[in-house]
Write a protein that binds this ligand. Structure first.
Ligand SMILES: C[S@@+](CC[C@H](N)C(=O)[O-])C[C@H]1O[C@@H](n2cnc3c(N)ncnc32)[C@H](O)[C@@H]1O
Length: 202
């Protein structure tokens, strides 16, 4: 099988890895939503071998993802799991972190509140949700390239589109996740970090 490959993932993996290095503990357990080609998982788990990185994606993308894990994972990664954000069958937590890259603008907007709610349930107290991708703020694009990308997505499928960081923060707060960071990455992408509050001391 020819492994699926993403040019974007090979370009953005190092800046994302540098950010994750500051966000994640070296032995964190991470659930990735929409792992795609698996390039990110292989790269990040190679850089920080203590991570337990659980890849997931839609069932139809699992064969390519699993093939990469077997060929390049050096036994570090568990088998990929099928996960559709809208399904009732999510992997069992808790996880220290949930990570997802370039997925919110591909999924329909009604998937985002579900992703946030499920992540909040699956995270350990003190754990974090890390979302990488392009975002606008209160409807205002931060770069012409993101505006053009948004247009091209909507032309491809009206359910797709660059999402709004302000709206995501509101939805996350309603689901018990506190906005912790909004990091600028190359090519007008960002990382949004949300934290599940640590359990109150008894
Ligand atoms: C643009 S790709 C990003 C892949 C990878 N995260 C990356 O950054 O290279 C979007 C991914 O979201 C996944 N996806 C789309 N809808 C989904 C859903 N409802 N549940 C889970 N994953 C979904 C796709 O299968 C695809 O792998």
């Amino acid at each position: 099988m020819t492994l699926p490959f993403s040019d974007a993932a090979s370009r953005n993996r190092d800046p994302i890895a540098r950010a994750l290095g500051r966000i994640l503990a070296p032995a964190a357990s991470v659930l990735e939503i929409g792992s795609g080609t698996g390039q990110h998982a292989i790269h990040f788990s190679g850089q920080v071998p203590g991570l337990t990185w659980q890849c997931t994606d839609l069932a139809e993308n699992l064969p390519g993802l699993q093939a990469r894990i077997e060929r390049e994972g050096q036994g570090r990664l568990p088998d990929a799991l099928a996960l559709d954000v809208m399904s009732d069958h999510w992997p069992q937590g808790p996880f220290d972190a949930v990570f997802t890259a370039n997925t919110l603008h591909i999924m329909a907007w009604d998937h985002t509140p579900i992703l946030l709610a499920r992540s909040a349930e699956l995270l350990r107290p003190g754990g974090c949700l890390v979302i990488y991708g392009p975002f606008h703020d209160a409807g205002v694009h931060t770069a012409p390239s993101n505006q053009a990308f948004d247009r091209s997505l909507r032309a491809r499928d009206p359910a797709m589109g660059v999402r709004d960081a302000v709206e995501i923060r509101v939805l996350a707060k309603d689901r018990g996740l506190e906005a912790e960071a909004d990091l600028s990455l190359p090519a007008n992408n960002r990382i949004l970090v949300f934290r599940k509050p640590a359990a109150a001391p008894t």
